[in-house]
Design a binder for this molecule. Structure first.
Ligand code: HEM
Ligand SMILES: *[C@@H]1O[C@H](CO)[C@@H](O)[C@H](O)[C@H]1NC(C)=O
Ligand SMILES: *[C@@H]1O[C@H](CO)[C@@H](O)[C@H](O)[C@H]1NC(C)=O
Ligand SMILES: *[C@@H]1O[C@H](CO)[C@@H](O)[C@H](O)[C@H]1NC(C)=O
Ligand SMILES: *[C@@H]1O[C@H](CO)[C@@H](O)[C@H](O)[C@H]1NC(C)=O
Ligand SMILES: *[C@@H]1O[C@H](CO)[C@@H](O)[C@H](O)[C@H]1NC(C)=O
Ligand SMILES: *[C@@H]1O[C@H](CO)[C@@H](O)[C@H](O)[C@H]1NC(C)=O
Ligand SMILES: *[C@@H]1O[C@H](CO)[C@@H](O)[C@H](O)[C@H]1NC(C)=O
Length: 431
């Protein structure tokens, strides 16, 4: 009954923290920071009061535009795209695709940042299937006019941006324009080389309505599920399971004995952690199955191992030999060994997962760092307490020279701790 109540509390806490993080994604994302101070942006705003600006969903890019119809049923579109390009070389691309929101088929403007050149190069490129297969990316004409291409490389704030005026033929629908952006850090002379294949680099596309600024983000649903996947795993495997271990280690007998409370706590943590973690894991498998562009092998394999081993741990709990059974000793060694191995594998895989979000990984990383530091501090405190109590009892015993039977009892109690669980429980010492 008590464990059921604890389960419920844990589920409620977990779900409420889950909903806070998930619901914090805002529909409207206005530009901010250094982007608003770019001269080209101010000029665009000066030109017309219809200039709109939004943060794009990945690669920390921001995008401003304004447009008007020309007399020939064409659209004159001014765009400004910018991002932090921290490295001394790299490239920033923006383009539109008449067919689908994707890389192949995009008519792109690419600005290349070169260290020793005063003015970075900017040109138009027709991104074909061959480019994706690794052919040289050469400047070429594209099927509409592009004017006023300028690169703004603000070295003080590290903001790199491109301005251009496009004259779009009727074929491009301004109320559902497929646009794509990309950032790469690899350059060969003036030739942009393959960008990274992190999640942010593969998600960098959307269908934009130039009039309202609404966008239909292609990967939005998936990104949402990715977030839930991450949160479930960080809470399940990454937080509750370790807390369960801490409870088992320090509250079973030594330095603090909370019998049988520790067991309910341990069991609840492990079960709730397991349920949340498994849900996150399943979602991860689904996400991996869904994406046709990429598989992250080590993250996947490690995830499957973690799930398998945790399942073994939970199953082993059901078949735990009784205290008196001689197998109990071996069972304990096995259960503890696998438990500690999991405690290493889980953070490793969580960091692997966070790395995939690069470069949008900062918040995730520091959140999880925080959780680990907190757990680490708790462990350290209990470890010190354990040794303090242990040494204190030991030295007390020596000075009193086993004068009272109560002291002997304490000593046996602490012995029982050192070879955990292998000896029958001692009666509790009243302090
Ligand atoms: C420099 C030469 C380039 C090469 C060799 C290249 C190669 C690739 C490859 C191989 C993928 C698939 C990734 C995977 O399956 O893991 C990909 C995806 C992607 N690339 Fe590129 N790329 C280049 C330039 C560009 C440029 C200039 C843009 C933007 C205008 C761009 C935008 C994208 C996008 C949005 C994706 C996600 C998949 C899609 O929507 O098609 N890439 N690229
Ligand atoms: C914007 O226009 C105003 C006058 O309309 C002018 O004073 C200001 O300098 C302009 N700013 C830029 C950045 O061109
Ligand atoms: C923009 O300016 C024009 C006049 O120049 C005005 O008629 C229009 O209402 C303004 N639009 C907005 C959104 O402020
Ligand atoms: C512009 O398009 C409309 C219909 O979309 C057509 O009726 C009109 O003739 C076109 N004008 C020019 C100049 O092409
Ligand atoms: C750009 O590439 C597409 C194929 O992706 C091709 O149909 C189109 O004609 C090319 N445009 C130019 C100007 O080379
Ligand atoms: C871009 O070029 C067009 C035509 O050359 C010109 O009319 C327009 O004013 C230019 N825009 C800017 C912001 O320089
Ligand atoms: C442009 O896109 C909108 C919204 O998707 C659609 O309603 C409209 O019919 C499209 N127009 C053309 C000319 O394709
Ligand atoms: C997060 O992304 C940055 C690039 O923006 C990278 O330098 C860093 O190594 C990444 N951190 C992790 C833990 O993957």
């Amino acid at each position: 009954m008590q464990s059921f109540a604890l389960d419920t509390i844990f589920i409620l806490i977990s779900l409420s923290s889950l909903s806070i993080v998930v619901s914090s994604s805002k529909p409207l994302n206005p530009c901010n920071g250094d982007f608003l101070h770019i001269q080209a942006y101010k000029q665009m705003q000066n030109q017309t009061n219809t200039t709109q600006c939004k943060k794009l969903s990945s690669l920390q890019a921001q995008f401003a535009w304004n447009y008007h119809k020309t007399s020939h049923n064409q659209t004159q579109l001014n765009i400004l795209i910018g991002t932090k390009l921290i490295a001394s070389t790299g490239w920033l691309a923006w383009g539109i695709n008449p067919d689908l929101p994707r890389m192949v088929g995009t008519r792109a403007i690419i600005a290349v940042k070169v260290p020793n050149q005063i003015t970075p190069s900017v040109n138009t490129y027709n991104i074909t299937k061959d480019i994706q297969l690794g052919c040289k990316l050469q400047p070429s004409g594209i099927d509409f006019k592009v004017q006023n291409m300028t690169v703004v490389d603000d070295k003080d704030v590290g903001f790199f941006s491109v301005f251009a005026t496009l004259v779009l033929p009727q074929r491009y629908n301004v109320s559902s324009l497929n646009h794509v952006w990309q950032v790469g850090y690899c350059v060969d002379g003036l030739e942009p080389k393959m960008h990274e294949a992190s999640l942010g680099n593969l998600d960098s596309k959307e269908v934009l309505d130039l009039e309202t600024g609404d966008c239909q983000n292609i990967g939005q649903h998936r990104r949402h599920m990715r977030k839930v996947h991450g949160i479930l795993n960080i809470i399940g495997w990454g937080t509750l399971l370790p807390i369960g271990v801490i409870v088992a280690r320090y509250f079973k007998q030594f330095p603090i004995k909370l019998d049988p409370c520790w067991y309910y706590f341990h069991y609840s943590c492990q079960v709730v952690g397991y349920i949340l973690g498994t849900a996150g894991w399943g979602l991860g498998l689904f996400l991996g199955h869904e994406s046709k562009y990429y598989t992250f092998h080590s993250h996947r394999v490690l995830g499957i191992c973690i799930f398998g081993f945790t399942t073994l741990q939970i199953l082993a709990f059901q078949f735990k030999p009784t205290q008196e059974d001689e197998y109990r000793k071996h069972w304990n060694v096995y259960h503890h060994f696998l438990g500690y191995a999991l405690l290493v594998m889980i953070p490793v895989n969580i960091y692997k997962g966070i790395k995939l979000l690069k470069p949008d990984n900062i918040t995730w990383k520091w959140t999880y760092n925080g959780i680990l530091v907190l757990l680490g501090v708790v462990v350290l405190a209990f470890e010190i307490l354990t040794w303090a109590v242990f040494l204190y009892k030991k030295c007390c015993k020596k000075t009193v020279e086993e004068s009272s039977p109560r002291r002997v009892e304490i000593e046996e109690d602490s012995k029982g701790q050192t070879n955990e669980g292998s000896s029958p429980r001692k009666t509790e010492v009243e302090e």
